[in-house]
Design a protein around this ligand. Structure first.
Ligand code: PLP
Length: 383
């Protein structure tokens, strides 16, 4: 079985898993227990993880709130900001790009449907790029929060976060950046980019699932969405997931050391796979911005060949995806590909292939063989 679905999740690095295990079975204390060494050790481990994350994304440790993952981080960032503004008597105006993850989309539409916010959706072009002049017009018209992802989870497009934040800053607009697919893959500099809130999940960069963070600039005001023991400056109550946080920290430490070299190797393998597939499947289309995408991303379509037919034939030997993990299985076309204005048969044929640091050259050769053979077989059946 070849795993090429790293955008969905990545295997945990063994070095990370060993640390997680240690903080599950040996140093298993509650980081809020102030009366004994178990608690102190757990607290120190959380502090160390906070430092590792802050170093990777160049933020201050005081601004990091650990969560159960990017979905929760995004909900806290958006709903928390909305609640704060509503307390001031403001009905918030939020702008999002048309290719945001469902974690952003669905919370915004829920708030809009309940008349809690006014929502603007910024269009993208056929490569999923955002039109910056359109964005500027929206900023000038007045927005209270702008939500822009750092990299797209389907076609892998990388967004000019620094440029976007500079633009937003000129109008005093806070920016929530969903950096879930970008952290650990491309340089993300929280301060230098001018981001106000940044969301991430550890399992996208070889850490464990169920742990993430929201990084919040000191001067940004928001209300909690979870209430309880007042953990993490009362912004996110609940006993800290110490093993998960330790795993996140260790994954950050390793990415800081290894990201640059790993991503070059991943891009070379992705390019090789793209070349092999283009040679063997003449009808293939590569979607997204091929000049500016994540190293591990290869998003293809074979127009006229439904992706479900391909998945049905390869699913026991090759793990690839028809789209975002969270929405696979839902029979609606991808909102990202639709927003890009791609033809119906391109959308219906879309396959997301994503590579990571454990992808081998052999995996690439075998994946190209499997895909080209099965697509050829489907084409013959359809003739
Ligand atoms: N944002 C993006 C861009 C993602 O790719 C994902 C997961 O696929 C999420 C948010 C949600 O992350 P999680 O499921 O870890 O909460």
């Amino acid at each position: 079985m070849i795993y090429l679905d790293y955008h969905s999740t990545s295997p945990v690095d063994l070095r990370v898993a060993k640390k997680v295990l240690h903080y599950m079975v040996d140093d298993f204390g509650n980081a809020s227990s102030i009366d004994h060494d178990y608690g102190d050790k757990a607290e120190l481990a959380v502090q160390d993880a906070t430092k590792r994350l802050s170093e990777l994304i160049q933020a201050s440790p005081q601004e990091i709130i650990f969560t159960s993952g990017a979905t929760e981080s995004i909900n806290l960032g958006i709903q928390g900001t909305v609640k704060h503004l509503q307390k001031l008597g403001i009905t918030p105006r939020i702008a999002i790009s048309a290719v945001e993850h469902k974690a952003v989309f669905d919370v915004c539409y829920e708030l809009k449907d309940h008349k809690q916010i006014e929502l603007t959706t910024l269009p993208v072009d056929c490569r999923a790029n955002i039109d910056l002049s359109h964005l500027e017009n929206a900023c000038a018209a007045g927005i209270d929060l702008l939500c822009i992802m750092a990299a797209n989870n389907e076609v892998g497009s990388i967004y000019p976060v620094k440029k976007i934040c500079t633009l937003a800053q000129a109008y005093n607009i806070p920016v929530l950046c969903d950096a879930t697919q970008a952290v650990g893959k491309i340089p993300i500099h929280f301060y230098d980019f001018g981001v106000t809130m940044l969301a991430l999940s550890a399992h996208k960069f070889y850490g464990p699932k169920g742990v993430g963070a929201l990084v919040i600039r000191k001067d940004h005001k928001l209300e909690p969405i979870l209430y309880g023991g007042g953990h993490q400056h009362s912004l996110r109550s609940g006993t800290l997931n110490v093993p998960g946080i330790v795993g996140l920290g260790e994954a950050c430490r390793l990415r800081q050391l290894e990201m640059e070299v790993d991503e070059v190797a991943i891009a070379a393998k992705r390019n090789k796979l793209q070349t092999l597939l283009c040679e063997r499947i003449p009808a293939i289309v590569v979607n997204g911005d091929v000049e500016n995408r994540l190293a591990g991303n290869l998003h293809i379509s074979v127009p006229g060949i439904p992706n479900s037919a391909v998945i049905a034939r390869v699913r026991h030997k090759l793990a690839i995806s028809t789209g975002a993990a969270c929405s696979s299985g839902v029979e609606t076309p991808s909102h990202v590909l639709t927003a890009m204005g791609l033809a119906e048969d391109v959308v219906e044929g879309a396959l997301r292939i994503s590579l990571g640091k454990f992808t081998s050259d052999e995996d690439i050769i075998n994946a190209a063989d499997i895909l080209s053979t099965e697509i050829d077989a489907i084409q013959k059946l359809m003739m």
